[in-house]
Write a protein that binds this ligand. Structure first.
Ligand SMILES: Cc1ncc(COP(=O)(O)O)c(C=O)c1O
Length: 647
């Protein structure tokens, strides 16, 4: 990689922070939690006890560096997590009040969406005033829920497949007064729950997850529909009722009375919840008719996040507001239950991404830029030049807006001819380089003239991306942004400073893994998805920081160790009323020794193996003893160091 940095700072005169705000759409996707200051820095806007406070992310980065932590960093802003909990609970409370709904809302956070200790602790602590509970999909997650939730009015919802040990833990919680529900995912779980509750003499709280026929659009629509791998069919639901009734006949516990919750989950980023809720209400009413006491309706997750800021029904956007989502649910419940005289149930939702996405962002520095500037092209060609080069040169001199396609075809043709000659040993290295430079110059000129062209073919449409710069970022996409790779997820990406300078480069962003999928090349910009992002040229001796926003959901938990890049450093800050901020948590990311041990190496044994190799090299006279010591020290220090690029 050639390190090319421009000395000159971009002109500041005409470009303003407002221009950057429009370009990067920050006021469209950030729900006003982020904006740009007059100085051109991204600022976080938080609410401190009713007082709005703004803090520059660059100031936080300086603080991170002073504390000896390097990029990349996942930054969490505690206040934003608190605000999301407050906003969600208050939106439901308002919708309940406005519709005179006769019961309350209980939120539960699905631990799988972000299992990190600090996130769960904050939800448990701050959420207690709203009785915000937790959803656990495994024994490990139930253990987290049991140890973190102190408020016994908060629900614990156990989804996922449950063995006897899982069930026992949940029953003990129930015995202590914690409302811990077992949601049946399959028929096979019911006998275990019945048996364990008889053995321990503890009545369980049971829910049934149903398979809705209503389906939504997008990546996650297989959470519902007939082919969903989750939930009970209508027939299986009837079997559950029969089994609960039978258990009641044979034993003293009132098993059917334990069935109190109906659960469903339509999918993530759902564009429309009404038809799913309507169907769930019919199931709920059916269970009441069968004699189950019921009382809770859990509508799962799905509340969307507008990653694009386009307010559309695209999978990465959201075409409704939070208050519409809440009032849609409440009104549908009322309309369904009132005519049947069914008491309003407690409404439960398991919003994951909508709760935690905003509070975390990935920050990283740019290590290098590769641009596609053509190399040197002479003012005229020597007389004895290859015919193909002469023709290519003529193409370059004749480009106009009305012959772009023709010039494009000719340029590639003559460049390939020269390459062919090179293969056969009939063109020199310099001739080949010149052909490639001229071709690049032709393509650049065509790209510049594209806006004036009447018709643009798909190959010409791709030119700006093909010619864009590659900015190499100090992060691993697979570790920190796995959904970009897995789902083509669009996240807001932008520089966190220099935003009162015009960004003049068109770029895609590559990570530092050795994988061609390790790049970000889809960006939301001014209402469309763009294949390149406008960035600033690098300045000599100055770091350039980018932020990827709204990454608090799923990214931290799904990341993997591709190329053995480990967990990044993580910093949690709490912003105070006076604009200062406290570093409430700092976690050093994985060291190289850590990641090696995850893949079953023993760093101590590795050191010993390296020592033996070095010792043999001393014996063979290849290195001195002093050199051996230096090498062993470097090996040891690297094991303790970061897996990422260190300056
Ligand atoms: C059962 C269940 N509840 C809740 C969620 C969270 O969904 P979201 O993050 O879209 O709110 C999921 C996500 O897949 C889920 O499977």
């Amino acid at each position: 990689m050639a390190m090319e940095k421009t000395q000159a700072k971009a002109k500041k005169s005409h470009w303003t922070a407002d221009d950057s705000a429009a370009l990067f759409g920050i006021r469209d996707w950030s729900l006003n939690y982020f904006d740009i200051s007059e100085q051109g820095d991204v600022i976080a806007h938080v609410d401190c006890n009713g007082k709005p406070v703004s803090v520059s992310l660059l100031d936080i980065v300086e603080g991170i560096k002073e504390r000896g932590l390097d990029m990349p960093v996942v930054l969490r802003i505690e206040n934003l997590l608190d605000q999301r909990i407050k906003t969600l609970n208050e939106a439901f409370a308002t919708a309940i009040k406005n519709s005179d709904y006769q019961n309350h809302y209980r939120g539960v956070f699905p631990i799988k969406v972000n299992q990190q200790c600090h996130v769960i602790e904050e939800i448990a602590n701050y959420g207690a005033k709203y009785h915000h509970g937790l959803e656990a999909g495994s024994k490990a997650e139930l253990i987290i829920a049991l140890s973190q939730l102190q408020d016994h009015n908060s629900l614990i919802i156990c989804n996922g497949y449950k063995d006897a040990a899982f069930v026992d833990l949940g029953l003990y919680a129930r015995q202590m007064g914690i409302p811990c529900f077992f949601v049946l995912e399959t028929l096979a779980e019911l006998p275990i729950i019945i048996e364990r509750s008889k053995v321990l003499g503890i009545e369980p709280l049971v829910g049934v997850r149903i398979r809705l026929a209503s389906m939504v659009e997008g990546h996650w629509n297989e959470d519902s529909g007939d082919r969903s791998i989750f939930g009970l069919s209508t027939n299986a639901l009837l079997t559950v009722i029969e089994q609960l009734k039978q258990a009641n006949m044979l034993h003293c516990l009132q098993m059917l009375h334990c069935l109190q919750m109906l659960h469903c989950h339509l999918g993530s980023q759902i564009p429309n919840i009404r038809s799913g809720v309507l169907e769930a209400c019919q199931f709920y009413a059916g269970l009441v008719e069968e004699g189950a006491p019921m009382g809770y309706l859990d509508l799962g997750g799905g509340l969307a996040v507008d990653y694009e800021g386009t307010q559309t029904n695209s999978t990465h956007s959201m075409n409704y507001k939070l208050d519409e989502y809440c009032s849609n649910i409440i009104e549908t419940l009322k309309e369904s239950f009132d005519p049947l005289g069914i008491a309003h149930p407690v409404i439960v939702s398991e919003s994951g991404r909508a709760l935690v996405a905003y509070s975390s962002m990935l920050l990283f520095n740019i290590l290098d830029v590769r641009d596609h500037k053509p190399g040197n092209i002479p003012d005229s060609l020597p007389e004895d030049s290859l015919d193909q080069l002469v023709n290519l040169y003529a193409v370059m001199q004749n480009i106009q807006s009305n012959n772009l396609q023709e010039c494009y075809n000719d340029s590639l043709y003559y460049r390939d001819e020269v390459r062919e000659l090179f293969h056969r040993g009939q063109a020199s290295l310099r001739e080949r380089a010149l052909a490639e430079n001229i071709n690049l110059a032709v393509l650049k000129r065509i790209a510049e003239l594209l806006p004036q062209a009447k018709r643009i073919s798909p190959e010409l449409e791709d030119l700006p991306e093909l010619l864009s710069d590659i900015y190499y970022g100090n992060f691993s996409l697979f570790q920190s942004l796995p959904d970009i790779w897995a789902l083509d997820q669009v996240f807001p990406v932008m520089p966190i400073h220099r935003l009162n300078e015009e960004p003049t480069r068109n770029a895609v962003i590559a990570d530092i893994t050795c994988d061609c999928d390790g790049k970000v090349d889809h960006f939301s910009s001014q209402g469309t998805i763009s294949r390149t992002l406008k960035l600033h040229p690098l300045c000599e001796n100055e770091e350039y920081y980018l932020g990827v926003f709204l990454v608090g959901a799923y990214q931290e938990t799904l990341g993997d160790l591709h190329n053995l890049f480990g967990d990044t450093n993580v910093v949690s800050v709490h912003i105070n009323e006076d604009g200062s901020f406290d570093f409430v948590r700092e976690f050093q990311g994985d060291s190289i020794a850590d990641v090696l041990s995850y893949v079953e190496y023993d760093p101590k044994i590795m050191q010993e193996q390296f020592r033996r190799i070095a010792e043999k090299a001393v014996r063979d006279g290849k290195i001195s003893v002093a050199m051996r010591q230096k090498m062993l020290l470097a090996f040891r220090e690297n094991l303790q160091g970061s897996t990422y690029f260190e300056r």
